[in-house]
Unconditional design. Structure first.
Length: 475
């Protein structure tokens, strides 16, 4: 922890201070500001100093006064988004010009390693097509911008972090979140405005890592005493990522939040949904823009227990879906098909394009009214036992599930609670009903679909959105 703090201090001290007024970390050259709103600019200056901001798109001057602690914040009216670069002059008597500023849509991308996972991939975990994206990333320099936060921690809330906005190029893009990159590309194509991604993800982080002290102190299983925190694996520590990687960027103006996290909370599904809801409530309060959209990614198939004997992963996935019932203006995408067989022991599946595209479709549909993009996966509705068959009714609007043969991923069990793979699954005509049976189970009482840490099914709905894994029992 001391080493991390020293590195951060060195980086901050190395930043040139070319004016008395000091913009906050996200207020820099190349940034994207949220369109058609009052976007917040903030930073530090001399206590009591008058600070002004003059954007080139309207040449109006907005002013505020630095507080006793030197902190200042001012709102500037932004125009409709577009690809024209602007400048903003900040001044407390000595001007500082921010250049190459775009106006469009801004999203915060956070969570753990599958959100952090860059286009260059991880050691032993490449990104499918990652360097193809890197090679062509310069083509998006006027449409996409990224600010990627370093992995830092703090026991106390910080107000700055060593990061700045960057322009896509082969030199910068290898470190961009692959998931967020693909989502941004799809969004800018459809919305025809620039997309800004604030990437604040910490590999391995638990939901408690992103939660403030006042909430964590109410959790009986969480200690914030440094003597208990320090021995933990760095990514498992509560509070510290929140203080160092959320607090410095909380005042930026976002449209919404993308979230991919949960692996490190597997085994604690009984508390996850409520704790995620608590975290989101706090983030929204700190950001201060109301119930902005919060969209998450379901955990991809992975053998959390390498013996393959337990099924803790599905319980956490269910908790992720349950969290959506607790969090207003939220949604989730299913990723049951976003891995391949040889990735069962790889927690970082290589195909981030399919995940990024689905996240974009959810955002486009729910937030921007682009309802031509399907975003709802088929889900279990109900079931009926008829003889040795289980008739499973699937909930799906405006489409029909497929395929109609060679369906994989189902299991059935009788009163002995022993599950056997279904050896016959057929569709009831043109209805969203699947008839499931196993020659090993004469009198079935329960059915499951992909209810394992790692099991790939193949039932899909519109736009190949996968059937959400489910179970009808509570064993």
């Amino acid at each position: 922890m001391k080493r991390i703090s020293m590195i951060l201090a060195a980086l901050l001290c190395g930043m040139p201070m070319v004016a008395k007024v000091q913009p906050g970390s996200p207020i820099s050259d190349n940034m994207v500001l949220q369109q058609n709103t009052k976007a917040r600019l903030f930073g530090k200056a001399k206590a009591g100093a008058k600070v002004t901001a003059t954007p080139s798109w309207n040449s109006k001057t907005y002013e505020t006064k630095a507080g006793k602690d030197g902190k200042w914040i001012v709102e500037v009216e932004t125009p409709k988004g577009g690809y024209t670069p602007y400048s903003i002059v900040l001044s407390d008597g000595e001007p500082l010009t921010l250049n190459n500023v775009l106006v469009g849509e801004v999203w915060l991308a956070s969570g753990q390693s599958n959100m952090q996972m860059p286009l260059r991939g991880y050691w032993g975990c490449p990104i499918k097509g990652g360097y193809e994206e890197v090679a062509h990333s310069g083509n998006w320099k006027d449409k996409i911008r990224f600010m990627t936060l370093p992995l830092v921690q703090s026991y106390t809330p910080m107000d700055t972090v060593a990061a700045r906005w960057t322009v896509p190029s082969p030199a910068t893009s290898p470190d961009y979140s692959a998931l967020a990159w693909h989502a941004a590309k799809r969004m800018t194509d459809v919305l025809q405005v620039p997309i800004g991604i604030m990437s604040a993800a910490y590999g391995g982080a638990r939901v408690e890592s992103w939660t403030p002290r006042e909430i964590l102190e109410t959790y009986p299983d969480v200690s914030l005493d440094p003597k208990d925190v320090e021995p933990m694996e760095h990514y498992m520590r509560p509070l510290l990522a929140y203080n160092a990687m959320f607090m410095p960027i909380k005042d930026y103006t976002y449209k919404g939040i993308m979230w991919y996290q949960g692996c490190s909370n597997v085994g604690h599904d009984d508390v996850y949904a409520q704790r995620l809801a608590n975290m989101v409530k706090d983030w929204r309060e700190k950001i201060g823009l109301g119930d902005i959209p919060f969209y998450q990614v379901e955990l991809a198939p992975y053998a959390f227990d390498w013996s393959m004997k337990t099924a803790e992963g599905p319980k956490l996935r269910k908790a992720q879906w349950d969290a959506c019932e607790l969090i207003p203006n939220s949604g989730i995408i299913c990723t049951n098909d976003a891995a391949v067989e040889y990735e069962r022991f790889n927690v970082h599946p290589s195909d981030k394009k399919v995940v990024g595209d689905r996240m974009a479709d959810l955002i486009l549909n729910r937030t921007y009214g682009q309802t031509m993009f399907p975003c709802v996966s088929p889900k279990y509705r109900s079931h009926t036992v008829k003889g040795n068959e289980v008739w499973v009714d699937i909930e799906l609007n405006n489409d029909i599930i497929s395929p109609n043969c060679d369906i994989k991923g189902f299991e059935v069990a009788g009163a002995d609670k022993v599950f056997h793979p279904a050896d016959r699954v057929r569709q009831d005509g043109q209805k969203n009903t699947l008839i499931v049976s196993s020659s090993e189970v004469a009198e079935p009482v329960a059915v499951r679909y992909c209810w394992k840490d790692f099991q790939l099914g193949n039932v899909v709905g519109d736009n190949y959105l996968p059937l959400v894994p489910f179970r009808t029992d509570n064993w």
